[in-house]
Design a protein around this ligand. Structure first.
Ligand SMILES: [Zn+2]
Ligand SMILES: [Zn+2]
Length: 353
């Protein structure tokens, strides 16, 4: 476009305008730790002055559970559009997505049948939301196996305590943050704490660690462990014919309460004795987050990409755990060589066998 200011004087502004105005939307929102893609999209919309529901049209989508559907499958054209307008990388988008997760069968379904005891698609911890500088929803809150907050030790919620409706930020037509109920406006950060016993917290944490272990390694055993976790209501004798994913968070907490005082063989025993051994180790330790983190780091060093979304195909969990065990012994051997302590060589050698 050329602007004619006076006869004979033409001011070209196109290039200068292009210099200062890019394709980027005015406000860039940085993804937070373990943030769910839909949560980031709602925050992005809000920060740029658009309520989530009309923001769906910006992406060329219809209303409904548009953002929750993107968590599961992000079409290439929308990924490209988001990268162009926000500067976010493909890797960051992928890290927020749940597409391709081996734990997908354990995700809470995207439906709302209105029954009191049925599941909702997303859970939350009110204390986590209250402590967030910018409240956001975590990927792990989508899993039916997660009923407690690992950080605060309380039970999760899956509906607004005021009007009992699900988290429905995707349907929000007003410009309010996503931690306000889209139906009644209740601030979810104010929801009271759901108390759970230490045995429930412990089993919840162990199940979470076992799921992470299976997801990191992408082992064949993950198929059977997923089936067992879906059958938790049957083992607990509570809503025995219903899969875990169909039950409300409060009902699932009751299942975990019952299972926490029983033998854990239903979860730990596998055809592979090494897998059984490691699951029992996790159970006896009451969860093993540091160990899982070390394993993920070890796999990274080996050149693999431990990802909840893209596991190595049909990896052998047993072999990976053995490899991990030898890796974790290596520093001890290096230490022994460095310090030349008589007996240390023997101790390190003993471990090797
Ligand atoms: Zn929390
Ligand atoms: Zn409400």
């Amino acid at each position: 476009m050329m602007v004619i200011d006076a006869p004979g004087l033409a001011i070209g502004i196109r290039e200068r305008y292009r210099d200062v105005v890019s394709e980027k939307w005015p406000v860039i929102v940085t993804p937070q730790a373990d943030e769910l893609l839909s949560s980031w999209l709602h925050r992005l919309a809000f920060a740029n002055g658009i309520a989530p529901r009309p923001f769906a049209r910006v992406l060329g989508l219809n209303a409904g559970m548009w953002s929750a559907a993107l968590d599961l499958k992000l079409p290439a054209d929308i990924a490209t559009l988001l990268q162009a307008h926000t500067g976010i990388s493909e890797h960051q988008l992928s890290a927020m997505s749940l597409a391709g997760s081996p734990l997908k069968p354990l995700l809470l379904p995207l439906r709302n049948n209105g029954r009191r005891d049925s599941s909702r698609w997303l859970q939350f911890c009110s204390r986590c939301l209250a402590e967030d500088a910018q409240p956001y929803f975590r990927r792990r809150w989508r899993l039916a196996t997660k009923a407690c907050c690992s950080k605060h030790g309380c039970g999760l919620r899956d509906r607004c305590p005021s009007c009992r409706s699900r988290v429905a930020a995707f349907d929000q037509t007003e410009l309010v943050p996503q931690h306000h109920c889209a139906r009644c406006g209740y601030d979810l950060r104010r929801a009271s704490i759901v108390g759970v016993g230490p045995e429930v917290r412990r089993l919840d944490r162990c199940i979470d660690d076992i799921c992470r272990l299976e997801a990191i390694t992408g082992s064949r055993a993950s198929v059977t462990v997923v089936q067992r976790l879906l059958g938790m209501p049957n083992v607990a004798g509570l809503y025995a014919t219903s899969p875990l994913t169909s039950l409300s968070t409060s009902t699932r907490i009751r299942c975990v309460e019952r299972l926490a005082i029983r033998s854990s063989d239903w979860l730990t025993v596998d055809d592979d004795v090494v897998v059984t051994h490691w699951r029992r180790l996790i159970l006896s330790a009451g969860g093993h987050l540091p160990l899982i983190t070390l394993l993920a780091d070890a796999l990274k060093r080996l050149g693999q990409q431990p990802s909840i979304t893209r596991p190595p195909p049909a990896a052998d969990l047993s072999a990976l755990l053995c490899a991990y065990a030898s890796i974790t012994r290596s520093p001890h051997r290096r230490w022994a060589r460095t310090h030349h302590q008589p007996g240390d060589h023997q101790a390190a050698g003993g471990q090797r066998g």
